[in-house]
Ligand binder design. Structure first.
Ligand code: NDP
Length: 296
């Protein structure tokens, strides 16, 4: 029997996208121009091509301009940085996203560092990471921002909650922990060297799993009633007769349902929030650049 409430990230993301689209209309009425998002894709990575395609579609659906730049995998880092600098200087571009991972001959950090922090709608630039850490206005990476929105929508005030974030990457785990700290949670960051991880997780009112290991967190790791945000996207081996394996999260969903108070599914949980938050960050960037107050 399942007890846990299933947090519908797809529905929440659809509402957020509608709110962004409405705010885009007001922005255009005020400034006589559309917000613009430039997406740069280097190489032919199939997953990245799908992500870039979805981002373009969502951007246009929200009423914004989408500028797509596809470069061959053979392009040099200097050429890529030159493109980023052109986009930095382009008044029609409010947000710049360089799709990661970049080909092995490039240094992701050097390329991200070239983006104007005011257009860094992915929130990966060290200036934005630093601003988040010291509590200043920052562009926050889209996936943890989406997780926080789902948590606040479900739980309201997070103050005083014990939160465990499993994973310490710069794009998910660390910013997630910063956001929860800013909401006055008591935050533990766990990682591959953490000892007795199930015991650590068992203390948590909020569990955010961002590991990349299929169904690692089982129901018996969870404090009864814990709210679980599953960021992981893992594809299982295909079953007999299937060409593709099933997508699962880092949490054993069916098992967790019996222990958790609420949980995000995979797919349909955190994933749709990432693109919705990218649109939201682009909208905010456009407002800041135009010197007008950004909507909440
Ligand atoms: P990374 O590989 O960068 O980080 C994974 C983290 O998990 C690391 O900090 C690592 O620890 C930790 N880890 C690995 N194994 C264990 C273990 N056995 N026990 C505890 N911790 C462990 O991944 P990302 O942060 O980029 O992504 C995490 C997951 O989220 C992936 O499945 C990814 O596909 C998904 N994702 C989903 C998004 C969405 O839109 N829904 C967006 C971004 C990511 P250590 O630092 O010690 O190595």
């Amino acid at each position: 029997m399942s007890n846990a409430f299933i947090i519908d990230g797809k529905a929440f993301a659809a509402q957020l996208r509608q709110r962004v689209a409405a705010a885009v209309e007001s922005f255009i009425a005020l400034t006589a121009r559309k917000p613009g998002l430039a997406v740069v894709l280097v190489g032919e990575d199939p997953a990245s091509q799908v992500y870039v395609g979805s981002k373009k579609k969502a951007t246009v659906e929200a009423g914004m301009n989408s500028f797509e730049h596809r470069l061959p995998a053979s392009v040099s880092q200097d050429e890529l940085i030159a493109l980023v600098e052109t986009l930095n200087a382009d008044a029609a571009v409010d947000g710049i996203l360089v799709q990661l991972p970049l080909p092995p001959h490039m240094d992701d950090k050097a390329v991200i560092a070239a983006i104007d922090p005011g257009k860094d709608v992915d929130g990966f630039h060290v200036v934005n990471a630093g601003r988040l850490a010291v509590g200043e206005e920052a562009f926050v990476p889209c996936t943890p921002l989406g997780c926080l929105m789902l948590l606040k929508d479900h739980m309201g005030d997070l103050s005083g909650k014990n939160a465990v974030v499993i994973g310490r990457s710069n794009i998910v785990g660390k910013p997630m922990a910063q956001l929860l700290l800013a909401e006055n949670c008591t935050v533990t960051i766990a990682h591959s060297r953490t000892q007795d991880l199930p015991d650590v997780v068992r203390r948590a009112d909020i569990v955010v799993a961002a590991v990349g290991r299929a169904e690692m967190v089982t129901g018996d790791w969870l404090k009864p009633g814990a709210v679980v945000i599953d960021v992981g996207i893992n594809r299982l081996e295909p079953e007999a007769g299937q060409s593709k394996g099933r997508l699962v999260g880092d949490v054993a969903f069916d098992d967790a349902l019996r222990h958790a108070g609420a949980i995000t599914p995979v797919p349909g949980g955190v994933g749709p929030m990432t693109i919705a938050c990218l649109l939201r960050n682009t909208l905010v960037a456009a407002h800041r650049r135009a010197g007008v107050a950004a909507p909440e």
